[in-house]
Design a protein. Structure first.
Lengths: 325, 240
């Protein structure tokens, strides 16, 4: 089987509902070999549901999910996928080494137990009972289960939950080593800095839909990568109206508030802050307390999901108005 | 798959609660019953107290071992997500259930043998063939309850599984001759109680011949519980 080309995973118009809730809504997505992909989304965005569908733990209501050109189950049986679930419980009354040994033995292309213990950084706790571990240690045991064999794809659902900062860094080092070895890595996370620093592709999921797909730089650019903030005082003359501000090159969003004394505070989200600031002076304005700050992925993410919510609200209002008429 | 089965057996034997409730508890009850009923006495049908309660306490321990070992663990592991984790391995779906049943099969033996050992010390007098036959009959009979345990494990929610198992277990024991012989007026109903039939498997050492009717009813229960377990398992796999 070729691993270097083609599709690792493909969602084609996939939908899944629980009762009246549409957890996944018409998802189209292709993962390519060697990518490290972060899956972002607020709680209830459909991240875990999507991963469940990807791994064949649930069947989609509509559309198809393929792993390595076949069913998810076939890919798992062939030992091509390793996964670490948020809700992946562990066996009680067994030692760490025993549960890892089980994972290595049942894997069609399993590694040696000691190797996996080292990779996951759990050699020192190998003789501890699984039920006596801390949350972070448990996560590392789950990680060990996910990398117990030579997988081509590793799926992780919020893997660093419960880990402290040091352990988290070690964990991502281990994860990067997996990616460097040519494996495709897909991880869902709450920590946006993880997505920012590790993933070479970021997917933003919101209400079961894919609303952004690109590098983290692209996502930030889409949200307006920088914020330009300043004040306009009436004493400086040229009381520009908002249309002028809106027309500045690169402006993505604009927020103006006016104080009682006529001082206006302006915040501009801009995809091109340099050109924006230059044009500000060119327009004859005198911005005071000028600040240009970079938006993190976190703010970009909030912006994008917020825009989506507003757009949906607008749609709904229109629909309601239409139904009233 | 053998790795999983071995691990299931190992962890059950390691569990202290298992040892307490399924090995020590029936053994203590046995000693208590012998003294309460008088060690020289007989119960209905002329069966000696020692022999009667040796069988009923062995089955009590075996049923307890099997029901808690399968029902409780399956239900809890469905909740914790361990069953989901296993579905992400190359193991076939049935491996998990087979592992549980295998663990049950191994863990019933100590429950049976410890009570037998006390019985032998107390003076229950059987031929070697009878001892072996009785142990084999009780061991095989326990599979009926293993199937019931698997079905309950998939049917009951984790918060409810313990009371459900206890109620089922105690009712079957109460009307199955575990703590006192079933009176003649209730025997008509008791025939449909798997624990009663399970106890009847010992009739051949009590000079009452082989209990063919009990074997037939147990076989029917085994088929019923297995079918129920299979249906519930598939339902659970779809829900994941």
């Amino acid at each position: 089987m070729a691993t270097g080309t083609g599709e690792v995973a493909a969602f084609r118009n996939v939908s899944k509902s629980y009762g009246r809730v549409k957890a996944v809504n018409g998802l189209d997505l292709v993962l390519r070999p060697g990518e490290t992909v972060a899956l972002l989304g607020p709680n209830g965005a459909g991240k875990s549901s999507s991963l469940d569908l990807l791994l064949g733990l649930r069947e989609p209501d509509g559309g198809t999910v393929e792993l390595f050109g076949g069913t998810p189950r076939a890919a798992i049986t062939a030992g091509r996928v390793g996964a670490m679930l948020q809700s992946g419980g562990l066996m009680s009354d067994v030692k760490v080494r025993e549960i890892v040994e089980l994972a290595c033995k049942v894997h069609p292309r399993g590694h040696r137990v000691d190797e996996v213990l080292t990779t996951a950084g759990i050699t020192e706790i190998a003789d501890r009972r699984v039920d006596k571990l801390s949350g972070g240690q448990e996560q590392r045991v789950r990680f060990a289960l996910a990398v117990a064999g030579r997988n081509d794809l590793i799926v992780l659902d919020e893997p660093t939950t419960g880990m402290d900062v040091t352990v988290r860094r070690q964990f991502w080092d281990a994860m990067r080593a997996q990616a460097d070895a040519g494996r495709t890595v897909l991880f869902a996370t709450h920590y946006l800095e993880e997505a920012d620093s590790i993933a070479d592709r970021v997917l933003v999921l919101h209400k079961g839909r894919l609303i952004a797909d690109g590098t983290s730089a692209e996502i930030k650019a889409r949200a307006g990568a920088r914020r330009i903030g300043f004040e306009l005082h009436p004493a400086d003359g040229a009381p520009a109206d908002e249309a002028v501000l809106r027309a500045l090159p690169g402006t993505v969003g604009l927020d103006v508030s006016t104080r009682a004394d006529g001082v206006r505070t302006v915040r501009i989200r801009s995809a091109d802050a340099d050109a924006g600031v230059a044009a500000l002076y060119a327009a004859g304005l005198y911005p005071r307390g000028l600040e240009v700050t970079s938006l993190g992925l976190e703010q970009a993410f909030l912006t994008i999901t917020g825009e989506q919510d507003l757009a949906e609200q607008a749609d709904r209002t229109e629909e309601e108005e239409a139904s009233v008429r | 798959m053998t790795t999983l089965v071995r691990l299931e057996i190992l962890r059950t034997l390691r569990n202290k609660r298992y040892l307490m409730f399924t090995v020590l508890y029936p053994a203590l009850l046995y000693v208590f019953f012998i003294s309460a009923y008088g060690s020289g006495g007989t119960v209905d049908g002329g069966v000696s107290v020692k022999s009667y309660f040796m069988v009923s306490m062995a089955t009590f321990g075996a049923v307890g071992a099997v029901l808690t070992g399968s029902a409780q663990r399956i239900s809890l592991e469905r909740k914790s997500g361990w069953t989901r984790q296993l579905r992400l391995t190359a193991l076939p779906g049935r491996a998990y259930t087979l592992g549980k049943i295998a663990a049950c099969a191994v863990t019933t033996l100590p429950a049976i043998l410890v009570v037998f050992a006390i019985g032998a010390i107390e003076g229950v007098d059987l031929t070697a063939a009878q001892w072996l036959g009785l142990a084999a009959a009780l061991w095989l009979g326990s599979f009926v309850f293993a199937a019931l345990g698997v079905a309950l494990g998939y049917a009951a929610e984790p918060d409810a599984v313990q009371p459900v198992v206890m109620i089922v277990y105690m009712l079957m024991a109460l009307f199955g001759g575990t703590w006192f012989p079933v009176s003649d007026s209730l025997k008509g109903y008791a025939r449909f109680n798997p624990v009663y039939d399970y106890n009847q498997l010992a009739s051949f050492v009590h000079g009452q011949g082989v209990a063919t009717a009990a074997i037939a009813v147990l076989a029917a229960f085994l088929a019923l519980f297995t079918a129920a377990a299979a249906v519930l398992y598939r339902k659970d796999a779809r829900r994941a």
